[in-house]
Design a protein. Structure first.
Length: 44
């Protein structure tokens, strides 16, 4: 069965952007968003 993926919301993107500027790791960002790190990685 194919997997279904959900994209990040605009609010989540703002958080990702701020955290990337602060040099946060993908695992930290994913943890804060409550998403799997592969989701964050795929969106970046």
């Amino acid at each position: 069965m194919p997997r279904s993926f959900t994209q990040l919301t605009m609010d989540e993107w703002r958080i990702v952007s701020q955290m990337l500027q602060a040099k946060a790791r993908l695992a930290q960002i994913a943890s804060i968003l409550g998403r799997h790190r592969s989701t964050v990685h795929r969106e970046i």
